[in-house]
Design a protein around this ligand. Structure first.
Ligand code: NAG
Ligand code: NAG
Ligand code: NAG
Ligand code: NAG
Ligand code: ZN
Length: 635
């Protein structure tokens, strides 16, 4: 008989206890409980840690759960092994811990009244994870724009998206609740809070948060309770400044209760500014025409992308911005260099801008080594590749990318060859970009380097730096044979640390051999081979591979009833699975193949996106092809 102490007043969903024979490890900051004594834990310097138990579980479907005082994680979310973890793995562990710890206040101490305000929990924990990790000395705060804002922009450009906060009545069933654990709730929630904090100043924002937590501890709230506390701080700060006496509740409620976000169009010649709801699928496209004045000055709006909106300009201003980037890009803040590219490509996808303007903005990247602009460009070029990698446009795109990436590859080559690590975290990420883009677009010296390191690995010495393993394993397997694949599969089965296992599991999806990919797909429904929790992400990896995508789509349809049976309709990752296997869809035949009865909102979003893709590809294929071909003939 175990007798428990009485808990504080708390929500039932955050109660948990465990029965296990795990070993525990107590540290100043609490207890970490884990499965295997083979794994040595290294200290993650942790200023955000405090007294709470944390447990790593071998097979759970969610990344982590913030149960009060007893946080549970997937192994790879908590256990950090220095010899196999990349900087990215370390960041993931750190941000996940920070996210779950933030929930101890936002969610556990103060709980939303009902699930329709879930964004209060998840948006806040996501926002705070960047602040927490930054406080620990990681200079990653700006990445919130790449990881959250841009992610939210994608899904929120669909009419089938949903507002941050829905009506209580609309969220009643289990599947309605689980469907809410999506990119809107997490990423848009975080992006909108960042906008609010920037508007108020972060200091005032934090004071408002403290007031809110103190006022409502052990109670339930709706989002307006939060806004009222923030309003009070604002009013105190600006008592003698009329201009900043803003009605917070008034202006924030539109961001919170309405679906989507605006695109602001600025006509620099006239100063005319207008805003419209930004939707990927426009009922009618339009492109402004104006008279041009011969001034060199350009205009840049939404500095550091603090506002949750996109900005469009007249073509003349876009061109001036491009010329500035080519002349001396440092004048434009790093976040905006990325955001200009992301805005241009997406505004072009919505037929509001000529795609050649977006493409031209990528040319200056030969001279930029920063991660945020590159990552933004690669994400968007990736989308272009998804649309065209089964067509004749793919050849010119690959050549262009190979030319574009060569300088970046060279920039990091000494590190790559020496096995040393650039100092800045974002440089480490961009080194990985350089290798994976160079190798996958056929830069010979990259492929030679990857194959040779992989050969050494097969011969018994794995000298590949953990940061580079995913990219190098993948390149070697993509250009390798059956024996390389078998070797990686053996290594996967042998590996005991989740971070290393995950790298190999990803790399196995990179082969171009159809029969190996089909075999790998079969493994995903055999839990003795691929753990249940890894099934979705493994299928997603395979679908990302151009050779694997049709196989993954067939596989998912064939096993749909098994998958829904095992995972339950409406489960979070079902939507993301559907999303992943259909990302490339851009033909009418593919649209017709989609079945009914899948995760409802996710399906609607997939259909809407495919319709937009079909239309866009039809209109832009020749233009895109001509642009890339033209660029190649210039060089
Ligand atoms: C957007 O969705 C609403 C219903 O959710 C519908 O009434 C409206 O017609 C849709 N708009 C477009 C442009 O598809
Ligand atoms: C790269 O920088 C050089 C030197 O500043 C400049 O001359 C060149 O035009 C730039 N290239 C591009 C494509 O921006
Ligand atoms: C690479 O190694 C060489 C020779 O040891 C050394 O001179 C150079 O500084 C190293 N470069 C980097 C970036 O690690
Ligand atoms: C790996 O081992 C094989 C067989 O022992 C040998 O032929 C090959 O040269 C070795 N490769 C490297 C890169 O050392
Ligand atoms: Zn959370």
């Amino acid at each position: 008989v175990t007798t428990f102490e009485e808990t504080p007043i708390m929500s039932t969903y955050s109660l948990a206890f465990t029965v296990s024979d795990f070993k525990s490890k107590t540290r100043h900051s609490g207890t970490i409980i884990h499965v295997s004594h083979k794994i040595k834990l290294h200290k993650i310097t942790c200023r955000v840690c405090f007294i709470t138990d944390q447990i790593a579980l071998p097979d759970i479907s969610v990344e982590a759960m913030e149960n009060w005082g007893f946080i549970s994680y997937q192994e790879s979310g908590l256990l950090y092994d220095k010899s196999t973890a990349s900087t990215f793995d370390q960041e993931r562990v750190a941000t996940l811990i920070a996210h779950e710890l933030a929930h101890q206040w936002f969610g556990n101490l103060v709980t939303m009244r009902w699930w329709n305000d879930l964004w209060l929990n998840e948006g806040f924990a996501t926002y705070m994870s960047y602040i927490g990790v930054q406080a620990d000395g990681w200079d990653l705060r700006d990445l919130i724009v790449l990881r959250e804002t841009q992610t939210a922009f994608q899904v929120d450009s669909l009419n089938s998206s949903h507002p941050l906060r829905l009506q209580e009545n609309d969220i009643q069933t289990f599947s309605e609740i689980t469907e809410l654990f999506d990119d809107i709730t997490y990423s848009k929630g975080a992006a909108v809070l960042r906008m609010l904090a920037t508007f108020m100043t972060e200091d005032a924002f934090m004071r408002g948060i403290k007031m809110y937590l103190a006022k409502f501890e052990y109670k339930n709230t709706v989002y307006k309770d939060l806004l009222k506390c923030l309003q009070e701080i604002m009013t105190n700060v600006s008592h003698n400044d009329q201009e900043t006496k803003e009605d917070l509740e008034g202006f924030m409620s539109t961001w919170i209760e309405q679906v989507g976000y605006p695109v602001i169009t600025i006509i620099t010649q006239t100063g005319e500014t207008s805003q419209e709801h930004f939707l990927l699928k426009q009922t009618q496209g339009h492109e402004p025409h104006f008279q041009l004045q011969d001034k060199d000055e350009w205009l840049l709006a939404n500095v550091n992308c603090a506002g949750f909106f996109r900005v469009n300009y007249d073509e003349e201003n876009w061109n001036k911005l491009r010329m500035q980037l080519e002349r001396y890009h440092h004048v434009i803040p790093i976040i905006n260099r990325g955001q200009l590219i992301d805005d241009a490509f997406n505004i072009a996808r919505a037929h509001r801008l000529n795609v050649t303007i977006a493409l031209s903005l990528t040319k200056y990247l030969v001279n930029d080594t920063e991660y945020i602009p590159w990552e933004s460009a690669l994400k968007n070029l990736d989308h272009l590749i998804l649309m065209f990698d089964r067509s004749e446009v793919y050849g010119p795109i690959t050549k262009y990318l190979r030319n574009l990436i060569t300088r970046l590859y060279d920039h990091f080559e000494e590190y790559t060859i020496n096995g040393t690590v650039p100092e800045k975290h974002t440089d480490q990420y961009n080194q990985v970009n350089a290798i994976s883009v160079a190798c996958s677009n056929g830069l010979t010296k990259c492929i030679t380097m990857a194959k040779s390191l992989f050969e050494d690995y097969k011969n018994g010495t794995n000298d590949i730096h953990p940061n580079l393993r995913k990219a190098i394993y993948c390149s070697a397997i993509a250009s390798g044979d059956e024996y390389d694949w078998e070797f990686a599969w053996m290594e996967y089965q042998r590996a005991t640390v989740a971070a290393e296992k995950d790298k190999l599991r990803y790399a196995l999806s990179c082969t171009k051999e159809i029969w190996l990919l089909n075999r790998y797909l079969q493994y995903t429904i055999d839990s003795s081979k691929i753990r249940k929790m890894d099934m979705f992400s493994t299928i997603n990896y395979i679908a990302k591979n151009v050779a694997g995508q049709p196989l993954a789509w067939d596989f998912v349809r064939e096993h749909w009833s098994y998958i829904t049976q095992e995972y339950g309709a409406g489960v979070v990752s079902l939507g993301s699975l559907l999303d992943a296997v259909t990302k490339r869809f851009s033909t009418e035949r593919e649209q017709e193949e989609k079945n009914q009865g899948l995760a409802a909102r996710a399906l609607e979003q997939v259909i809407e996106r495919t319709e937009a893709n079909i239309k866009w590809v039809k209109e832009n294929k020749q233009i895109v092809k001509d642009w890339f071909t033209g660029e190649l003939s210039v060089n």
